[in-house]
Every structure is written in structure tokens, then in C-alpha cells.
Design a protein around this ligand. Structure first.
Ligand SMILES: Nc1ncnc2c1ncn2[C@@H]1O[C@H](COP(=O)(O)OP(=O)(O)OP(=O)(O)O)[C@@H](O)[C@H]1O
Ligand SMILES: [Mg+2]
Length: 249
């Protein structure tokens, strides 16, 4: 058994981590006559690991704070905008950065450094969107159990933001809030993200403008190895299906 870490205690009571390398000794007939157990001190390696972990935590903390600051700056710019057009553009940019900041917060809070809980992610993003849309939308969330790789967080956050923004912008009738159901379901084919609203619905243009919201969604879905589709049930239902372990390209 190689590579199983253990702790040894010195006579003075201090402890040091080591790796044991046990080697059996046999005579010519193969009979076990003894053993040598070499203990390799790995204190230096452990110190380096600890330093690396705290550096990574520090870096994550800064990225998260910088994104929140960027979001606040854009919201400030939106309030200062001199024209309706400038305000709309700044609001769209500020929503996108807000979605990225919310995703970064989830990565920062996650127990693992490489993956995150799908449900925690979806709920956090929808909570942030609900705050931003206030009484224009009533969002209901459902997520299946499962973990996603960190790479998938930003594309998913931006996809969700575009689909929610569309539901509010194009699905609302009169002054009533638009009802939105967001789901992230998992089956043997992979993940299925859907955003359904109770508005008038629409038919997806074969080639959406690249720079438009749905153009962006199409590109990001491709990054996840997935695809966008649109159904028209009672309202609009936009879905992005992608593999269970997306390798983001
Ligand atoms: N949930 C929805 N309900 C009804 N129509 C929708 C919905 N989502 C999209 N659409 C229709 O599809 C069109 C394309 O959407 P897309 O997000 O690409 O552009 P946009 O929302 O008009 O502008 P932007 O580039 O700012 O997102 C919209 O203009 C709208 O007509
Ligand atoms: Mg849009």
C-alpha cells in the first residue's frame, strides 16, 4: 500500500506527515522472512499545499469582489444615463455582469474547487434575477440533484440571464408580472435547462442575429456541447440540452 498519508509523533509530541513505503523481504523460495518499511517525511510538500490552497482562496475572493464592484459600477452608470437608449444598453450590460457575479459567488461558496451543486447554482441565480426584476416577474425554480464542472458556470449564468430577460421583456402582458418556471432536470441524456413563461410565446428564427440575446444563447449552448430549442405550449418554453459532464470548449 503506497501513497496513504499517515502521521507520526516525535518524542517531544510534535507530529509530522509521512508516506509509508513497505517492502516485504523474501528468501529464494519466496517465503516471507521480514520487511523494510521506509517512511518519507512530506512536511515540505504539505506546507506547499497549504500555501497553494490559501492563495487560491485569496484569488477567488478577489475575483468575486471585483465582479461585484464591476456590477455596482455598471448599475451606477445606468442610473446616470442621459438617454433611454443608453440606459437600456447599460441595464442589459449590468444584468449580464450581475449574473456572472452571482455565479462567481456560488463557485466561491462551493465546497469543491472544481465543481458546484446544480440546485444551489440555479436557486442563487434565480434569486438574484427575481431581485432585479422585482414585481415584473414571479419566478419558480426546480432543480434535480447533481454537480456541474466550474467551466459550465459562466455560460449557464449568461444563458439563464438572457432567457429570463426575454421572458420578462417579451412575455409580460399589461402590468401583471410574468409567471416564469425555471427547471434544471437531469436524465440519462444529460442536463435540460428550461425557462417557460405564460406570455404569448414565439417561434425561433432559424438564424438569430449573432449579437442578439438568443444569438448569444446559441453560442453559449454550443460551448456547453448543447443546443437551444423553443416550444410554444401555453407561452414560450426555451430549453438548452447539454451533456451530463460538459467539457467547455
Ligand atoms: N419569452 C419570449 N416570449 C415571446 N417572444 C420572445 C421570447 N423570447 C424571445 N422572443 C422573441 O424572439 C426575439 C429574439 O430574441 P432575442 O433575445 O434574440 O432579441 P431581443 O430580446 O429582441 O433583444 P436582445 O438582443 O436585447 O436580447 C425577440 O425580439 C422576441 O420577438
Ligand atoms: Mg433578448
Amino acid at each position: 500500500v503506497r501513497g496513504v498519508e499517515a502521521q507520526a509523533e516525535r518524542p517531544d509530541g510534535t507530529r509530522w506527515p509521512f508516506l509509508p513505503f513497505p517492502t516485504p523481504l523474501r528468501d529464494l523460495s519466496g517465503k516471507l522472512v521480514g520487511a523494510v518499511n521506509m517512511l518519507v517525511d512530506i512536511s515540505d510538500r504539505k506546507d506547499a499545499e497549504t500555501r497553494q490552497k490559501s492563495l487560491l482562496a485569496e484569488l477567488n475572493h478577489r475575483v468575486k469582489n471585483n465582479m461585484q464592484m464591476l456590477h455596482a459600477l455598471l448599475r451606477g452608470a445606468e442610473r446616470e444615463a442621459g438617454s433611454a437608449e443608453a440606459e437600456a444598453i447599460l441595464r442589459a450590460a449590468s444584468r449580464r455582469v450581475g449574473a456572472m457575479a452571482a455565479a462567481q459567488q456560488v463557485l466561491y461558496d462551493a465546497k469543491s474547487a472544481v465543481r458546484f451543486d446544480a440546485g444551489d447554482f440555479l436557486r442563487a441565480l434565480c434569486r438574484s434575477a427575481q431581485q432585479s426584476f422585482a414585481d415584473q416577474a414571479a419566478i419558480v425554480v426546480h432543480a434535480d440533484e447533481g454537480m456541474l464542472p466550474n467551466d459550465a458556470a459562466m455560460p449557464l449564468a449568461l444563458i439563464l440571464n438572457e432567457l429570463l430577460t426575454n421572458a420578462v421583456r417579451h412575455g409580460r402582458r399589461g402590468d401583471r408580472p410574468v409567471g416564469i418556471r425555471v427547471a434544471l432536470a437531469r436524465d440519462s441524456d444529460g442536463w435540460h435547462l428550461s425557462v417557460a413563461d405564460d406570455g404569448p410565446g414565439f417561434v425561433l428564427e432559424p438564424t438569430p442575429r449573432r449579437a442578439s440575446g438568443l444569438g448569444l444563447v446559441t453560442g453559449l449552448a454550443g460551448q456547453l456541447g448543447g443546443q437551444l430549442s423553443v416550444d410554444r405550449e401555453k407561452g414560450a418554453r426555451c430549453a438548452v440540452d447539454f451533456p451530463a459532464a460538459p467539457s467547455v470548449g
